[in-house]
Design a protein around this ligand. Sequence first.
Ligand SMILES: Cc1cc2nc3c(=O)[nH]c(=O)nc-3n(C[C@H](O)[C@H](O)[C@H](O)COP(=O)(O)OP(=O)(O)OC[C@H]3O[C@@H](n4cnc5c(N)ncnc54)[C@H](O)[C@@H]3O)c2cc1C
Length: 393
Amino acid sequence: MGAGVAGCTAAILYGRAGLRVAIIEKHRNISTHKALCGHFVLGGTQPMLRRTGLWEAMADAGAAVGDIARWTTAGWFVPEPGPPECISLRREKLDPLLRTIAAGTPGVDLLLGRTVTGLLESGERITGVRVGDEEVPARLVVGADGHRSPVAQLAGVTEDTAPNERFGLWAYYRGVVPRGPAANQVWSLDPDVGILIRTDDDLHMLVAFPAKARLADFQADRAGELERFIASLPDGPDLTSAERVSKVIGTNDYPCVRREPAPRPGLVLVGDAAITGDPTPAVGCGWAFRAAEWLVDSTAPALLDGGDLRTGLAAYRKALDFVVGHDRLGRRDALARPTNPVQRLVTKGVHRDPELARRAYLFSMRAISAGELMNPRTLLRALWAAARPALRR
Ligand SMILES: Cc1cc2nc3c(=O)[nH]c(=O)nc-3n(C[C@H](O)[C@H](O)[C@H](O)COP(=O)(O)OP(=O)(O)OC[C@H]3O[C@@H](n4cnc5c(N)ncnc54)[C@H](O)[C@@H]3O)c2cc1C
């Protein structure tokens, strides 16, 4: 269910594994896309995208590729050459691209303009879905239907929600002249966050994620406030020749949601349906791509030979622990509280110790687990590093 990032990726990979898949998508038009998405895919997803050929497909469709520099109160933090780069293709191009690849994959039927309205059930087990009067039986129903997940609601899955104390808004511009280092830039102003992303068609996205206390300031003139916010950032871009080419898009409230990924026999959730995190660190599409691959790797063998799915689903749940670890920290950050002494210590450390800087960068790209950065060894290293002079970078 759902022909978004997670649904299309899972369908493509299941099809390639030799399975038959029906993707049921409520939108009629292959080009209807998710508007509320920054589509900046962090470098930690690059290996998966390259393995599956999706990286090349996105690059051929004009995606912008580049690294990312972060500004904190201790100054710019610029990556060493080497870590995997990020990729950005607007959803108006990405969604139709993924749907076209899925529809062209042997074994995959893309059924547009169909809304799932009910589930087929046999006791606790889900045995398929109902689309209006039509019944679609399935060995495994994959809920890839986004953060509200109608399929999870129909199955009575409980939600674990957490507040998000920032709101977000952005627009696309032509003619932006960046002044900071790296192709993409993030400013962590503690608690407000500003982002400049280079994307396809030579456009830049100007993004603001201010704390909700400032919501009223942005209501009267959203475009003007967004531009003033971005222009006032340290080393912020030159907007004098910039022209806005889209309306201002945004959300005033986007809570974090987690659901049990394999809640009932015959049903599994992937992408936002399983974990909707804080959008500020730009993680959701990357998680959707990667979780779809973990799901297919874990369950395709049993689906192919008609075996028991329980072991595969347990492996999928375990793989998702990687996301849950980051999501726990993400939920804390979404409270938009001033950074705590441990965070300040690590931030100071990364400006003084190249190894700590490398690890923090990989963490921010979601290329290593949360535990690989947040552990006693890192804290000791940060304590030691804090006593040294700052690196020149
Ligand atoms: C403000 C904001 C900014 C973001 N910025 C970024 C970013 O920069 N980088 C990033 O990686 N992520 C970002 N995200 C997150 C990203 O948008 C999501 O994580 C991602 O889209 C999840 O993909 P998905 O496939 O799980 O769901 P979706 O992309 O939402 O796809 C769900 C699909 O299911 C379909 N569907 C829903 N209900 C039904 C039904 N009943 N029947 C049939 N079909 C149905 C929908 O039409 C849709 O096509 C952002 C999110 C927000 C809110």
